[in-house]
Design a protein around this ligand. Structure first.
Ligand SMILES: Cc1cc2nc3c(=O)[nH]c(=O)nc-3n(C[C@H](O)[C@H](O)[C@H](O)COP(=O)(O)O)c2cc1C
Length: 469
């Protein structure tokens, strides 16, 4: 049977989904998707996966997709970042049986995407994108979709969307922010651009940006004419957003922790990050518990801190105590959006906050650009240091790894070809393998599973290598 396309795909496979949970690295994992679906989400995306790693590493495939497969988690779109048509295709072929469509990330504006040459940094490479989408559309059994950011110019954004449609993209998500609208400069998404794209293409369009309440969903659909809306931050702060409810935080936190237990394993740092987002406002009052939440090392520990937060809120609620602090919303214990200060409020000319924001942005950039050589540590590094105070972030004192002669990744421990695990494996398959470490292992082996974890030893599984038979 021919695969469904465009509107037919949206109507039949996606069941006319209008409420969509965004792809979110470390945050749109299975447990969170299931929680969001229970509360109104009709379609979810996986976090962005790296196409190249997905092709190369079976563990990565298992941990990030295959082990997460479950019936309740459909419809599901798997998102990849990629910059090579063949690699993107190979990754998508390996993922297509576990999802309803494959999405290409053309929106990530982070420094890591700049270095890896993917996400929004492909925004100007139309020829390459055309090839990637065309090949995927031709060869995959599921539709290919794209998630883009807008250009400053409406007209260029429209031509960009039309190019992707022509290449074979079957559904387009338009994030109404430009490449530079990130971090402190995030600001408001532009729905005018989204509306223009919607009018100009003949495939379903989802709008992304500024969706914090159910009323935003309705307004966005009305103003832009899109077929669905996607929420990221709004969903993280209130997973019941699409139900039009703002439940007490503990209700969502406890239900989420239950789902995590029901669908193991879930990485602890994801759970911690979700609780930080859910309890965002309350944690500004109960700073002691903020520290506890950062420190505990088990799921039970996290659940316990969450319970203590609930008890404190319930006591305050019972006594009708108004715990107001700074600009915190009240009551702080209901799920509600975190409103970022608008960049114009922060960087208006002559505003005293101006230099502060620019300083933060510049510091961050310096840190990103210099790979951690700046004086200030990023939030992530600070977190790492709080867990391991002896950790050294000085690049000169980092252990130096020997690099793979072919690709520059760290060399495998035992490989005598001076290759990384992936390249060694390829070599082993292409040529008759004669890595002495493999011989040694093979002779000692009683079973394949006793083999070293170095993928170069995969060669021992090949039935017709002399050392195996
Ligand atoms: C924690 C987090 C992780 C994200 N990871 C991804 C990702 O993996 N792929 C992607 O295309 N966008 C990612 N984004 C961007 C969102 O999908 C979305 O485009 C952006 O946050 C704007 O939507 P919002 O205004 O509803 O937050 C991420 C956003 C957040 C907050």
């Amino acid at each position: 049977m021919d695969k469904l396309q465009g509107f037919e795909f949206w109507r039949t496979t996606l069941k006319e989904a209008r409420f969509v949970v965004a792809p979110m690295v470390d945050q749109s994992e299975l447990a969170w998707r299931l929680l969001s679906r229970r509360h109104g989400a009709q379609l979810c995306y996986t976090p962005m996966l790296h196409a190249q790693v997905f092709v190369r590493d079976a563990n990565y495939r298992r941990e990030n997709l295959y082990n997460e497969v479950c019936e309740e988690d459909r419809p599901l779109i798997v998102q990849f970042c990629a910059n090579d048509p063949e690699v993107f295709l190979q990754a998508s072929l390996l993922a297509q049986d576990y999802c309803d469509a494959i999405d290409l990330n053309l929106g990530c504006p982070q420094m890591i995407a700049k270095r890896g040459h993917y996400g929004v940094f492909l925004q100007d490479e139309w020829e390459l994108l055309e090839k990637m989408v065309r090949l995927a559309n031709e060869k995959l059994s599921v539709p290919i979709t794209c998630k883009i950011r807008v250009f400053k110019e409406v007209e260029k954004t429209v031509r960009y969307a039309q190019m992707l449609e022509k290449a074979g993209c079957q559904l387009l998500t338009v994030h109404g922010r430009t490449k530079d609208q990130k971090g402190a400069m995030t600001g408001i998404a532009n729905w005018e651009h989204i509306k223009a794209v919607r009018k100009a293409v003949n495939i379903p369009v989802f709008a992304n940006g500024n969706i914090q309440h159910l009323s935003d969903v309705e307004r966005c659909i009305q103003e832009t004419g899109v077929h669905g809306v996607m929420s990221a931050e709004g969903n993280l702060h209130n997973p019941a957003l699409f139900e039009g409810r703002s439940p007490p935080v503990w209700e969502m936190a406890e239900e989420y922790l239950e789902v995590v237990k029901q669908y193991p394993p879930c990485t602890l740092s994801y759970v911690r990050a979700h609780l930080f987002k859910l309890w965002h406002h309350t944690l500004q009052i109960h700073q002691d518990l903020r520290e506890d939440l950062a420190k505990v090392k088990t799921l039970e520990g996290l659940a316990d801190v969450s319970k203590q937060l609930r008890l404190r809120c319930q006591i305050a609620k019972g006594k009708d105590v108004e715990e107001k602090k700074g600009g915190l919303p009240f009551p702080h214990w209901i799920c509600q959006p975190y409103i970022r200060p608008a960049p114009k409020d922060l960087v208006a000319n002559g505003n005293s906050k101006d230099s502060e924001v620019k300083k933060t942005v510049c510091q961050k950039r310096a840190l990103e650009d210099s790979d951690g050589t700046a004086d200030t540590l990023s939030k992530n590094k600070q977190k790492k240091r709080s867990r391991n105070p002896n950790k050294n972030f000085c690049p000169e004192q980092k252990p130096k790894y020997i690099k793979c002669e072919q690709c520059g990744n760290p060399k495998g421990n035992k490989c005598v070809f001076n290759l990384c695990r992936g390249c060694c494996k390829k070599k082993a398959f292409k040529e008759v393998a004669d890595c002495p470490s493999q011989y040694t292992h093979t002779h000692k082996l009683t079973s394949v599973s006793a083999c070293c974890t170095n993928e170069c030893c995969v060669v021992t599984k090949r039935p017709n290598t002399p050392e195996f038979v």
